[in-house]
Design a protein around this ligand. Structure first.
Ligand SMILES: [Zn+2]
Length: 440
């Protein structure tokens, strides 16, 4: 008789706990966490084990302040089960799994390797380390045969045998994945010299990276995170948002964009949009989290109407939208997808020249050629800008345009008069005329 697999063993030590306390105002804790994270953040491929230990130390210190029974804060299993149970981490894991393609893939690959065996038990059972060139399933079957069903499970998740026997996949949820992360971490110390084996190391990178992705949102602003107000996040992404009576109003936004925003809010569990008023769950948002929701929700057409945010690239939507709002029409745009340099096409060469002039107003950073305006980088070594910096720059420019749009609109209109030839151009975009003629 097939019974339903009992997954309670993953969090049994946590007792009644549902959510860990969040130690927001604990300066001592954050100082401690910062010192470990500094070492963790040094990206160095050879030091994966060391980085994992540093991250783990930070997470455990955080959990030790958050468990209800502080007398047990020294017990690693108690802390680990508390972390595995925590509903907020679980919800965040589920959200990331839903909205972030890379995260989703990483989790699936990690689960495909499950369960993670105790390195010490593998040695005792005289089982050779898994060779990544071998089929993992065959290896698991062989190891499972050796594992005594009555003894404590020498693998994680502890309910793994039940799932496998029932022909189920290991559930892609926080509790199951975290138990594997914790086992990968324990193997770091108990695996001894065999841990250098390539097979075992397969678990290290994904375990560390999944833990970091889920947990890092607990860090206070300024500690490796960039948290922005919702108004800023929306403006940077091109939404026609404004503050009205301490609320964020989207009354000026188009129906289509409001629908699109609603979709984004649902995807990331950010809040709701009611009668044109945005009611966020939290006043601030970690921008990368928001952008990931945008990334996984928007369409991929690079042309189209500049006010149709749903079809524009994540990092270009704001820039293009606000350029159009100040009177410079565009035809298409591309944020370079982290590979190429971001660029857009203006409706004509005059507009492109005007756009470059405007965007280079504070610092020279865009090149113009024909109708094309391309981000070139800035500073003493423009070509050294990393893709992530380039993309962030597009958001900064969008925000600058948005905040100064009333003045810039006047400037653009004036510049058009100055530079206009004697006979007016035939193809001046309609939107530009509308805006420049609208009384202030
Ligand atoms: Zn289970």
């Amino acid at each position: 008789m097939a019974e339903k697999t009992d997954c309670g063993a993953l969090t049994a030590e946590a007792g009644e706990l549902q959510v860990l306390n969040r130690p927001a105002e604990n300066a001592e804790l954050w100082d401690f966490v910062r010192s470990w994270l500094r070492r963790f953040a040094k990206a160095d491929g050879d030091k994966a084990a060391e980085r994992f230990v540093c991250l783990w130390a930070a997470v455990m210190a955080w959990a030790a302040k958050g468990v209800p029974d502080l007398r047990r804060a020294q017990e690693e299993t108690y802390l680990a089960h508390g972390l595995a149970r925590d509903l907020r981490l679980a919800e965040r894991f589920a959200n990331l799994y839903k909205i972030d393609r890379e995260f989703h893939k990483k989790v699936d690959r990690f689960l495909a390797l499950s369960p993670v065996f105790q390195a010490a038990w593998l040695q005792k059972a005289a089982l050779a380390d898994w060779d990544p060139a071998q089929d993992r399933r065959a290896y698991i079957a062989k190891a499972m045969e050796k594992a005594d069903a009555d003894a404590p499970n020498p693998f994680a998740p502890a309910c793994g045998r039940g799932h496998i026997q029932a022909g189920e996949k290991i559930p892609a949820d926080w509790a199951h994945v975290f138990s594997m992360i914790a086992q990968a971490r324990r193997n770091l110390f108990h695996g001894g010299k065999n841990y250098k084996n390539a097979g075992e190391r397969q678990f290290l990178e994904p375990a560390m990276s999944i833990l970091w992705e889920v947990w890092r949102f607990e860090l206070p602003s300024g500690l490796l995170l960039s948290r922005v107000s919702w108004l800023r996040a929306l403006l940077r992404s091109g939404f026609m948002a404004r503050e009205a009576e301490n609320r964020i109003s989207l009354a000026d936004e188009t129906e289509a964009n409001r629908k699109y925003l609603q979709k984004l809010l649902a995807a990331g569990h950010f809040g709701t949009l009611k009668n044109g008023v945005f009611l966020p769950n939290e006043p601030y948002v970690e921008e990368s989290y928001w952008l990931r929701a945008v990334d996984s929700t928007h369409g991929s057409a690079e042309g189209g109407q500049a006010d149709d945010l749903a079809i524009m690239d994540t990092h270009m939507a704001g820039l293009v939208r606000w350029l159009n709002q100040v009177g410079i029409g565009t035809e298409l745009s591309c944020d370079g997808h982290g590979e190429k340099k971001p660029f857009f096409l203006a409706v004509d060469e005059d507009s492109a020249r005007l756009a470059a002039w405007l965007l280079n107003f504070r610092a020279s950073q865009f090149n113009q050629s024909g109708k094309t305006v391309k981000y070139a980088g800035s500073g003493p070594n423009p070509n050294a800008a990393k893709p992530a910096e380039r993309l962030k720059k597009m958001l900064d420019v969008a925000e600058w345009l948005a905040k100064n749009r009333e003045d810039l609109k006047v400037m653009v209109a004036a510049m058009r008069k100055v530079s206009a030839p004697k006979t007016p151009p035939k193809t001046e975009p309609l939107a530009v005329k509308d805006q420049s003629l609208r009384p202030k």
